[in-house]
Design a protein around this ligand. Structure first.
Ligand code: 3EB
Length: 335
């Protein structure tokens, strides 16, 4: 028997209102190029990253219903049978500096999860205004990592389950720090990349507090497995490769993605993630002028049936030009 995929993610045309009104299994509607402060329904998540290329798409998440919506402090959520999507947007003009906003956002996230039936975060997306602004340890990305580490009291040395994550920069004049997540009733299976140093072991030179995330998590639910890929860049070991070469950075990122999928297969044994028409890939590109080179590279290396979306976003290291994340479905390998 074929088990249904527990999270169906896709890129679709249409208006957010139509998607929200027309079906009862919609967990989230992501709308790009909009401030997160302009959300209308808890399932509606505006994201302050412009889409590159045509036509305009929404990202739709569907999951087994009924879907219950609500709010917790400033967090808004949509809770299905198996999975919860939640999001937080904090206004940096009124809440405090980046470190304080990040700490508060993660405090709220954790207090929400503690009382939710879906208390395990599987993946967290962080969209950070002006991520590369500031020198040295004052850089906003590092300040964001500091606030997150202050709120999240987990000791990576004890190998706790850690969510996968994406951390991407939104425009410097965007007022809101945004975080959205997928959570379930069981922790994911963490996957690290043999080609990369784990993020929580990054050396001091990348900032006073290492980022806390796993390279990917596998969620096993209802007999099906899905791979949630963290933001994956052209980093080998802990070092940036192919500085100033967007296309080569994308190839290296794809090598990292394949290495993660292989590692996941080794861990699962009986299933393997497959880049196919049922998954989604998001490609973040720092400079719009690199879109053509990045797109050509992706088209040469990833089958055309795999849905992809290009977004203009800054990457957390000033020398990175592109990054990929995605949701990939797994198939039984029959062994
Ligand atoms: C990297 O591999 C790129 O701070 O949550 C990727 C995914 C990155 C998540 C985060 C940062 C984060 O280090 C940066």
């Amino acid at each position: 028997m074929k088990h249904p995929i527990s999270l169906r993610a896709s890129y679709e045309e249409g208006s957010p209102q139509d998607w929200l009104n027309s079906r009862d299994d919609v967990l989230a509607v992501f709308e790009f190029g909009r401030s997160p402060l302009q959300s209308s329904d808890p399932r509606h998540v505006p994201v302050a990253l412009q889409q590159l290329g045509e036509p305009a798409r929404l990202e739709i998440w569907r999951s087994e219903g009924p879907i219950k919506t609500g709010s917790w402090d400033c967090l808004r959520f949509a809770q299905g049978e198996l999975l919860t999507m939640g999001h937080i947007a904090l206004d940096l003009r009124t809440t405090g500096d980046m470190r304080e906003c990040s700490r508060q956002a993660y405090d709220i996230l954790q207090s929400y999860l503690r009382q939710s039936p879906h208390r395990w975060p599987l993946k967290i997306w962080n969209y950070i205004p002006g991520i590369n602004k500031g020198e040295g340890d004052e850089e906003l990305y590092r300040q964001f990592c500091l606030g997150r580490a202050e709120a999240v009291s987990i000791d990576p040395g004890a190998s706790p389950p850690m969510p996968a994550a994406t951390g991407i920069g939104t425009p410097v004049d965007e007022p809101a720090l945004q975080l959205y997540f997928l959570a379930g009733s069981l922790p994911g299976l963490d996957v690290e990349n043999p080609r990369q140093v784990s993020a929580w072991r990054y050396p001091r030179r990348y900032g006073p507090k290492s980022p806390l995330f796993s390279r990917a998590t596998i969620m096993r639910l209802n007999g099906s497995s899905q791979f949630l890929l963290s933001g994956t860049a052209s980093i080998v070991g802990h070092q940036t490769h192919h500085e100033n070469q967007a296309a080569n950075q994308l190839s290296e990122s794809l090598r990292n993605v394949r290495s993660l999928l292989d590692e996941g297969h080794r861990l699962m044994g009986d299933a393997r993630a497959q880049l196919d028409a049922d998954g989604v890939l998001k490609v973040y590109v720092r400079r719009a002028e690199d879109l053509d080179a990045v797109r050509r590279t992706l088209e040469a290396e990833v089958p055309a049936e795999v849905p992809r979306l290009y977004l203009q976003g800054d990457i957390c290291r000033g020398n990175l030009l592109t990054e990929i994340d995605g949701i990939v479905n797994c198939r039984p390998t029959g062994s």
